[in-house]
Design a protein around this ligand. Structure first.
Ligand code: BG6
Length: 502
């Protein structure tokens, strides 16, 4: 079947010489081109501050970005010239008023005689402090008042707390309708996250047991081996709570916990997610101290190599109180989930890179299989988001032989373990969806609002008390308190094995 192509458009990326454009956006756009998802007249307009002519941009920015970060880099020799011809670089400082008038002219020229019909996507891949100026510049120069559809894509973080998120939303609201705003949460573009709904709602044996009668608890872990790298300046103000929990982790939780939507329409799915976010039990200061764990990495070893402590990273304060690890115990106060804890955990400089969602089922009465035959392991449903994409179910079975030993076995499906499977990256799917006007995998304002409502009280308690950091060595599974969070409930984290790195 030929790929469905979205309407042709001009796709503008502001912040074109930045990290995000280089690592994610150009490669995603290129991969869509290779897979024939882009109409012939669609053009990428890369807007950046640095002075490059077209050739220099193509050779010094575009080509290295694709070589290093595209999963289709093997095709570059045959395809780069054709792709580069669809990309235009435009040099401008977003604080230069003349820049907007020049941009307007360029867009007109590009639209002349081309079938884009005035359709445009504006991708704001710049630091949030610049959003205000950028949006005002586009509005003042009447760039947005164009024929065709206009859509804006906003990178996270969407605000720093509820109040600033509201301010940012008001700013966008003055210029764009909610249907035109695409708030990115790139986790929603990941293959296995899209698969959650299929696993849940297309399999007769999961949905009936997906509730507090059968599920003991849920674990959602997204852990990384990388440190803060070059992003110390940003991360110092964000920390893991705002960088990962407010968005990615709560989105995963909402997808796992939501009720079946009435249809697959954007609004129907969003409504169900919002209901979950509204039902999160807010953590009062006492609960924060009991059920919220924060950590910061000290020096240690990652994959056998020594690495520095967070406080020694570039642009990080020597006495930084920013958390690089968070673990939370969360309750959803609704009918389906009453009494089921959701443990979520995220951190940098942990032993493996892995995102997994684990549903642990309640224990059965052990009347038939006594301890002498081996301890019964719990039934688990594990959704592996990355690096392996798949799902497995852990069951108990009899070990072959004359004794009734019981051993855990796995029904395991791994989507990307087979050679030749090269799943699209999250950003490919998201850019494609933005071009075809599908907002389902983007975050609605109400979801953002409810997430901050849950996060703010935790951030407030943490800001008021200086932590004893660092409290875990790089390469360990976070601070002791994270393990205790489950141990005191008689549970344990299921850590992804280091072998996943192979
Ligand atoms: C980003 C965070 O949103 O997600 C980063 O800002 C984090 O700090 C990244 O490293 C993780 O994404 P992924 O896709 O590698 O799991």
């Amino acid at each position: 079947m030929a790929p469905f192509k979205p309407d042709p458009c001009l796709f503008l990326i502001f912040g074109a010489t930045g990290d995000l454009a280089r690592k994610k956006l150009f490669p995603a756009f290129y991969n869509l081109y290779i897979d024939n998802f882009l109409p012939a007249s669609t053009r990428l307009v890369a807007v950046g501050r640095r002075p490059y002519n077209q050739d220099a941009f193509r050779e010094q920015i575009l080509l290295p970005s694709l070589k290093t970060f595209s999963r289709r880099a093997d095709k570059l020799e045959q395809t780069f010239a054709g792709f580069a011809a669809r990309c235009v670089y435009f040099q401008s400082d977003i604080y230069d008023p003349q820049g907007y008038a020049r941009l307007k002219d360029l867009l007109r020229q590009l639209e002349e005689g081309r079938a884009t019909g005035g359709n445009r996507v504006y991708y704001l891949a710049v630091a949030p402090v610049h959003f205000g100026r950028l949006v005002a510049g586009l509005r003042e120069e009447n760039i947005l008042a164009n024929s065709g559809w206009q859509r804006v894509i906003i990178e996270k973080p969407f605000g720093h707390d509820l109040e600033s998120a509201r301010r940012l939303n008001r700013l966008l609201d003055q210029v764009f309708a909610e249907e035109e705003i695409y708030r990115i949460d790139h986790y929603l573009g990941k293959e296995m996250i899209q698969n959650i709904m299929v696993i849940r709602f297309a399999n007769a044996f999961f949905e009936p047991v997906w509730n507090n009668k059968y599920i003991d608890h849920v674990q959602i872990s997204s852990v990384e081996t990388v440190g803060v790298g070059e992003r110390g300046g940003y991360y110092e103000k964000a920390g893991a709570l705002r960088d990962m929990v407010q968005n990615h982790m709560l989105q995963l939780l909402a997808m796992i916990a939501m009720e079946p939507p009435s249809s697959l329409a954007t609004g129907a799915i969003r409504d169900e997610k919002v209901k979950i976010l509204r039902s999160l039990r807010s953590l009062n200061p006492e609960a924060v101290r009991r059920d919220a764990v924060r950590g910061q990495y000290g020096e240690g070893f990652i994959e056998g190599k020594p690495v520095v402590a967070y406080r020694q990273e570039k642009d990080v304060a020597a006495d930084s109180a920013t958390e690089t690890f968070v673990a939370l115990k969360i309750f959803i106060d609704n009918f389906r989930w009453a009494g089921v804890p959701f443990y979520i955990r995220t951190g940098k400089r942990l032993p493996v890179k892995s995102t997994e969602i684990i549903l642990q089922f309640k224990a059965l009465p052990e009347v038939l299989y006594f301890k002498e035959y081996g301890e019964l392991q719990p039934n688990l449903l594990v959704i592996r988001v990355q690096p392996y994409e798949g799902v497995f179910v852990q069951l108990n079975a009899k070990r072959p032989g004359n004794n009734n030993y019981i051993v855990p076995i796995r029904l395991d499906f791994c989507q990307n373990c087979e050679a030749g499977v090269n799943s699209p990256e999250a950003y490919e799917r998201l850019l494609y969806d933005a071009m075809r006007g599908d907002r389902t995998l983007f975050t609605g304002w109400e979801e953002v609002e409810q997430s901050w409502r849950f996060i703010d009280p935790i951030a407030k308690v943490w800001a008021a008390a200086a932590p004893l950091f660092p409290n875990y060595a790089a390469g360990q599974w976070g601070p002791e308190a994270a393990a205790s969070l489950l141990l005191k409930d008689g549970r344990r984290w299921w850590n992804a094995p280091a072998a996943q790195q192979e």
